[in-house]
Design a protein around this ligand. Sequence first.
Ligand SMILES: Nc1nc2c(ncn2[C@@H]2O[C@H](COP(=O)(O)OP(=O)(O)OP(=O)(O)O)[C@@H](O)[C@H]2O)c(=O)[nH]1
Ligand SMILES: [Zn+2]
Length: 349
Amino acid sequence: MTKPRLVARAIDALRRGWPVTIDGLALLAIETADEGRLAAFDPERGADILLSAPRAATLKLGNQRDAAGNDPVRVARTGWLDLDVAAALADPARDLSTPLKGPFRAVALAMPEAARAAMKLARLAGLMPAFFVAEATADETVALAAADIAGYDDPARLALVSRARLPVAVAEDAEIVAFRSADEAVEHVALLIGQPNGAAPLVRIHSECLTGDVLGSLKCDCGPQLDAALRAIAGAGWGILLYLRQEGRGIGLINKLRAYALQDQGFDTVDANLRLGFAIDERDFGVAARMLRLLGQDRVRLLTNNPAKVAGLAAAGIEVVERVAHKAGENTHNHGYLATKRDKTGHLL
Ligand SMILES: Nc1nc2c(ncn2[C@@H]2O[C@H](COP(=O)(O)OP(=O)(O)OP(=O)(O)O)[C@@H](O)[C@H]2O)c(=O)[nH]1
Ligand SMILES: [Zn+2]
């Protein structure tokens, strides 16, 4: 039995700069730490630093003990490794302006599962995945298990909770359906357009992009793709738009804007994610599969250029009978972004 309530409390704690303990491993997020919190967490100044695998690779602090390079890396704390040096290890915004001190030394990771769970917890909290880490002694932290974190965003815990008529510009007879997770605070929605006609619905899986969807950002193609999807579904006569709250390919708005700042320094969308310490794409399309099943659909025609969406639905038991190409909104600002999607993430553009 996992304990989602503990995960919610741990997310809250990390955002406030309070420590948490995963399977006996005490963690303080570097991003929200200050001198006082660090001193309280680590009075003996013996705590190490825990970095995600891609962040450690960026800093050339690879973990020799993990051949695949998937595990987080624990860096030994030395006397001069203070809060400011830790912040520079965590935050790629400073990579070009402040050369790192060193040398740093990676030490064996006694509990890789707990360390991996810490990385996911940082992502769920919208924080950079970097921690002060120590064997737990303090007794007032939120103490949870790696398994609690693994089960926290299980799509099976999503329920259909509300539906209403929603006339929209492309279809006056549309219906909006809202889904809520028993644990997570996110609320995904589906917009049903037209009437089921026995055929597989035309479906668009759209991940939230505040900058593109709302502000008309020209850095990506999200806004025009959203509009084009609604028009295509209305034109087809029957289909569903899934609006998933997976801002920034699952790293959250603030981390996406950090990635944008790195793109201002010349890194592309893939390398920016990796420098921050995240995977290239942190989304789980099992959420979309669960929503489709709750809507009674298990065969779809999918509007996408992203093979990972097709594979993600298929892996979760939804048959994609056809992939329908979905290009819109190319401009001079997003040319490089689209080229990177084509060249590095396998988008069929
Ligand atoms: N981390 C990060 N996320 C971005 C960046 N640009 C756009 N995004 C996010 O990427 C997602 C785009 O999602 P989609 O358009 O659904 O998916 P896609 O993978 O491009 O695939 P398609 O179905 O072919 O459009 C949104 O969540 C955006 O917020 C970026 O530079 N960095
Ligand atoms: Zn976008």
